[in-house]
Design a protein around this ligand. Structure first.
Ligand SMILES: Nc1nc2c(c(=O)[nH]1)N[C@H]1C(S)=C(S)[C@@H](COP(=O)(O)OP(=O)(O)OC[C@H]3O[C@@H](n4cnc5c(=O)[nH]c(N)nc54)[C@H](O)[C@@H]3O)O[C@H]1N2
Ligand SMILES: Nc1nc2c(c(=O)[nH]1)N[C@H]1C(S)=C(S)[C@@H](COP(=O)(O)OP(=O)(O)OC[C@H]3O[C@@H](n4cnc5c(=O)[nH]c(N)nc54)[C@H](O)[C@@H]3O)O[C@H]1N2
Ligand code: SF4
Ligand SMILES: [Mo]
Length: 713
């Protein structure tokens, strides 16, 4: 049983509003959350924190529009008419309807959507689906860190994303905007700079990190693999690589050398637009390590994302910046601690091989969706197709929790059409949102501060605990939905197995640390547990590849007829550039904002006051040509998608000429229509989800698509 939290007084915890996971102190008064703030003694976050943790998290919990009870729709789907029901009614109906779909179409006709195994709710959901016999679950990591994770896996580099800034001589910041995305990393980067560390930024946009940079490389969007190979080439040609690490701990160096030779600086310049002398200078600076690679979403989530990461991962490896102080440290998970993803792979929690082979996407993207894949999740666009076409087989019911797919998946109208066509949809959420509006049953979910989470966080090398304050209304966490649902399905004889053996979130959390010397009491006292670790323990802990070494030549890719060496293919860019001239601008999406987290917090007045409208950033010269003024409302349209969004123009030369950029996740909770403004304000309404796809992860490009911008009346 969790130790009760004080009704009056403070306790240590962890903010789980984002994966930075800052150490927090929560103060309670009369049993309610009075304030949330930073824990200055936290070994990783060191008192850094952000407004989303201070205001967003409690604001979400206490919002007057919070969903407090289960509800059933009373009119047509998407009609906005709802009636309160009890949890028993909701769970009975879910069990019956899921069982019926299972009987008629087979278990794999059930699909779940969650955000991915960075949250316990996602693992529980995946195991709940498996228990019903379905291997199908959608995660949003194809649009987030998926390319990075799969590159890391096939290369064997289980490294952090720049956690050892305190000891580095050079920080290489690539496609990462820490000033907005990560207050802990941003503080550490500024401190490193102050201490004299050098900074290289690779970003098409002038971000605040550029102000700290010794060298700023400004590549064309989507060309990073060529740039990183250009850096590798210089380092190899000038013999600046780490000969002993390469000799002892890598395979495929000669092959990489040959591949990199195709990217001598002049060719890299032709592809990327970055001057050759800057590539040479950056290579020399980075090679004078220890150097740390701060990688970001800016080179992920596009059709060449895995190869872009492979090229940088090889750069990190050949310079020996692996698991060395000031470089990129490897995973230091304390012995006996289980990660969420490990649970997904444990034999005891698996379905039969012939069932796993049916995961939608496994045929085309075995390293994303197959039985040996990272999270064994579906290729989402293929699921949407399956819902709409019945191919490769029918998908007829969905359980959606902890993800807002109508806002955060590209091609909103198509996702909407798919949701409308399903036989049965359940959405678990905090408030009515466009995704929940498409449900038959809506379930009230706990918010992050009402959930007890335990997880190892690589970048801080700590096991973290978020303690739970009492939920509002009848909100439940995932396991308290999954367990009674599975019990009901068992009595309907509609289970393939029971793969959620824990009766409570506490039992699940105890299972995560069961093999270690860490106790829940230790976590409850400090909010974290940290153990000493060894750096550079390659002999004791070889690399997790077939060769036991870092695979510059990746055998896992070769085994699937994928390019085993990093390389730049112009194909994804060519495929999206091959559009009518009427769409002359390149569109970058996903600019983060400090007070929003994806679709979250748009219901909160303080955040809307700071950032009231969705924006589009454009270079002043492009604006002049198009006769558009700062602050003006514009339409953004893309080829092949029958939709347009209305955004407010912001002129800035931070963005490249010919490139416009915008955020993501916009909607208007206050709008009365069920779509709640998503079709008008959210950039995903005009983005395509129909490829080209990354050949390894199946990721679609959420930047680099072509668009046109015109004045809105
Ligand atoms: N406040 C806030 N913080 C967040 C989030 C949030 O919603 N709000 N979301 C969190 C999540 S889930 C994520 S994944 C992270 C994402 O945060 P980051 O990892 O920082 O990624 P982005 O903000 O998507 O993009 C970072 C940079 O990539 C650049 N970029 C675009 N295209 C390219 C390219 O082709 N090459 C290179 N080299 N750079 C490119 C962009 O110009 C941008 O400056 O933020 C996390 N932090
Ligand atoms: N065009 C474009 N699309 C993008 C991106 C982009 O840059 N451009 N970025 C992508 C990235 S990096 C990401 S990570 C995804 C994010 O995509 P999402 O994960 O869909 O984004 P969130 O807004 O974080 O949605 C999470 C939702 O889960 C709810 N939730 C439901 N159940 C629970 C629960 O039990 N506990 C908690 N704490 N919350 C729950 C939250 O209230 C919120 O509504 O979007 C991706 N989509
Ligand atoms: S960066 Fe902000 S939202 Fe993310 S964990 Fe830290 S305080 Fe919470
Ligand atoms: Mo993300």
């Amino acid at each position: 049983m969790p130790t009760p939290i004080p009704t009056d007084g403070a306790f240590k915890s962890t903010c789980w509003e984002c994966s930075v996971n800052c150490g927090s102190i929560v103060t309670m008064r009369n049993g309610e959350v009075a304030s949330i703030g930073p824990d200055p003694d936290h070994p990783y976050s060191k008192g850094n924190f952000c407004i989303k943790g201070i205001r967003g998290a409690p604001g979400l919990r206490d919002h007057p529009d919070r969903l407090l009870y289960p509800m059933r729709r009373t009119g047509p789907r998407g009609g906005g008419a709802w009636a309160r029901i009890t949890w028993d009614e909701a769970l009975d109906e879910m069990a019956e309807r899921f069982a019926a779909v299972r009987r008629t179409h087979g278990p794999e006709a059930l699909v779940a959507a969650t955000s991915g195994a960075y949250f316990s709710r996602s693992v529980i959901t995946a195991l709940m689906m498996r228990s019903m016999g379905s291997p199908n679950w959608m995660i949003n990591q194809d649009l987030c860190g998926g390319c990075r994770a799969v590159s890391a896996r096939v290369t064997g580099l289980d490294i952090d994303a720049g956690g050892d800034l305190a000891h580095t001589r050079c920080a290489l910041v690539v496609g990462r905007n820490p000033a907005v995305a990560d207050p802990v990393q941003w503080a550490a980067l500024k401190a490193a700079r102050k201490r004299g560390a050098r900074v290289i930024v690779i970003d098409p946009k002038r971000t605040p990190a550029v102000d700290l940079a010794d060298i700023w490389l400004r590549p064309k969007v989507g060309t990073d693999a060529a740039l990183a190979l250009g850096l590798c080439h210089v380092i190899i040609a000038e013999r600046l690589f780490d000969e002993s690490f390469v000799g002892d701990w890598t395979v495929g160096f000669e092959a990489l050398k040959e591949r990199a030779a195709e990217y001598e600086p002049e060719r890299a310049t032709a592809i990327t637009g970055v001057p050759a002398e800057d590539i040479v200078a950056a290579a020399r600076l980075y090679a004078d390590g220890p150097s740390t690679f701060l990688s970001g979403h800016g080179i992920d989530a596009f059709a060449g994302g895995v190869q872009a990461f492979r090229a940088y991962h090889c750069l990190v490896a050949i310079t020996g910046n692996v698991d060395r102080r000031g470089g990129n440290l490897r995973d230091k998970k304390p012995k006996g601690v289980t990660s969420y993803i490990e649970f997904l792979h444990r034999p005891a929690f698996r379905l039969a091989p012939e069932v796993e082979a049916k995961i939608i996407g496994a045929d085309r993207y075995p390293l994303w969706s197959g039985p040996k894949a990272w999270q064994m999740a579906c290729h989402n666009p293929a699921v949407i197709d399956a819902i709409l076409t019945g191919k490769p087989y029918p998908v007829r019911a969905a359980y959606i929790s902890g993800v807002n797919i109508l806002l955060t998946y590209p091609d909103t109208k198509r996702t909407l059409e798919a949701m409308r066509s399903l036989d049965f949809v359940v959405v678990a959420a905090h408030q009515m949102n466009p995704t929940a509006e498409m449900a038959d049953i809506v379930l009230p979910k706990t918010t992050s501060i009402e959930e007890e989470e335990v997880s190892y966080q690589g970048i801080g090398q700590s096991v973290l605990l978020a303690r739970a304050v009492p939920p509002r209304g009848e909100a439940r966490c995932e396991i308290d939905i999954a367990r009674p649902l599975l019990d009901r399905m068992a009595s309907l004889q509609a289970l393939a197995a029971d793969l959620v053996p824990w009766r409570s979130q506490r039992e699940f959390n105890e299972a995560l640390i069961a093999g270690s010397d860490i106790t829940m009491e230790e976590l409850e006292t400090h909010g974290y547990a940290r153990r000493d670790f060894t750096v550079g323990d390659f002999k004791a802990k070889p690399f997790p590849t077939p060769s036991g070494k870092v695979e510059l030549f990746a055998s896992a890719l070769a085994a699937h007829d994928l390019d085993p060496l990093p390389g730049w293919s112009g194909e994804p860019i060519a495929a999206i550039a091959d559009v009518p001239e009427a769409y002359p601008l390149e569109l970058v999406t996903g600019d983060r904002e400090k007070h929003y987290h994806h679709s979250r917090f748009r219901e909160q007045a303080w955040a809307r006051k700071v950032s009231p409208e969705p924006r589009l950033t454009m270079h002043p010269e492009d604006a002049q040509r198009l006769q558009l003024q700062d602050g003006r409302w514009v339409y953004v349209e893309t080829p092949g998608i029958d939709a347009r969004v209305r955004l407010q123009l912001k002129l800035s030369d931070a963005t490249q000429k010919g490139v416009v950029s915008t955020g993501m996740g916009w909607w208007r909770p206050e709008v009365a229509t069920p779509d709640r403004g998503v079709l008008d304000s959210n950039i995903n309404a005009v983005l395509s989800y129909s490829g080209p796809y990354d050949p390894v992860t199946g990721s679609a490009s959420i930047r680099g698509q072509r668009c046109r911008v015109s004045a809105a009346e």
